[in-house]
Design a protein around this ligand. Sequence first.
Ligand SMILES: NC(=O)c1ccc[n+]([C@@H]2O[C@H](COP(=O)([O-])OP(=O)(O)OC[C@H]3O[C@@H](n4cnc5c(N)ncnc54)[C@H](O)[C@@H]3O)[C@@H](O)[C@H]2O)c1
Length: 327
Amino acid sequence: MLKGRKKRVKILVTGGAGFIGSHVVDRGLADGHDVVAVDNLSTGRKEFIQDALAHPQFSLVEADIFTQPDRLTEVMAGCDVVFHLAANADVRFGLEHPRRDLEQNTIATFNVLEAMRANGVRRIAFSSTGSVYGESSVIPTPEDAPFPVQTSLYAASKLPGEAMIQAYCEGYDMQGYIFRFVSLLGERYSHGHVFDFLKKLTADPNRLHVLGDGHQKKSYLYVGDCIDAMFCALSNATDPVNIFNLGTDEYVEVNDSIRCICDHLGVTPELDYAGGERGWIGDNPFIFLDCQRIRSLGWAPTRTIRESIVHTVDYLRSQPWLLEARS
Ligand SMILES: NC(=O)c1ccc[n+]([C@@H]2O[C@H](COP(=O)([O-])OP(=O)(O)OC[C@H]3O[C@@H](n4cnc5c(N)ncnc54)[C@H](O)[C@@H]3O)[C@@H](O)[C@H]2O)c1
């Protein structure tokens, strides 16, 4: 897999109806592969895989990878590679339901690895997060930064997922690709700060409530660039365990994002700051990843953060149903 080799493979995508997973599905089909998406449609949407559903090489299995491990094992038969994207991707509300991250992120990843082991599937690509670096003392943060203290249940549940993948690779001769993403933007984006700001500004263009003091510094990546990076890594990186940061070589303050969105919408709301360095408990006030490792494979992002924000605003305005669908 995948670039340069003509071989048609069978890809299983957990969370294949979600924001990022649906793009993996489209890319797999565009490259001529067979693709199975496994999704419980908790936050995923059939609208995101409308084109795929009409494709003869695609199937959707509506199943839950946490509560239905046997079904997952059955569906994985004959697959060559798994993109494991299903998760509770909501970082902010972890403390309201502390069991959810453990079940949906840690144990669900164990279920995926066990289903792979039962079927002899050797390759896994895993969506981890830049949040695993906590409040890193090294910025931009490389993959081998000093091991961090965890600040959110979300990241604390992703890190054991990474660790289990590494141990399965060592113990069961598998090959793992662990991707630590910054926040993603682009088509089918359905949660995050641009979504929240646009939703609020659509309801009231004269006032905007902002979590924190607006000086939080974050890096973002366009979803299309993220998919390219993942497929580039699977085609070119050959170690048993391959860990990559995925992001851009820039960051913006939340206030810059707000300015960009407001300028684009032509609104000048009064800004009402909640205050504090962090937007919520566990929010990292500065996320900026060193992405030299993935760049050394020839990958580079095609959009700046500002271009991605504007593109995402335009996308969401063209899909009012999506803005309404999630609170
Ligand atoms: N969006 C980001 O900015 C971002 C950043 C870093 C990491 N990630 C990670 O990338 C992955 C995808 O995130 P996303 O933004 O596309 O989120 P998403 O919520 O749009 O996608 C998750 C998908 O998984 C499905 N799902 C959830 N639990 C399931 C279960 N138990 N069984 C079957 N399906 C289940 C959902 O229905 C959804 O389709 C997640 O692992 C997330 O933690 C996302």
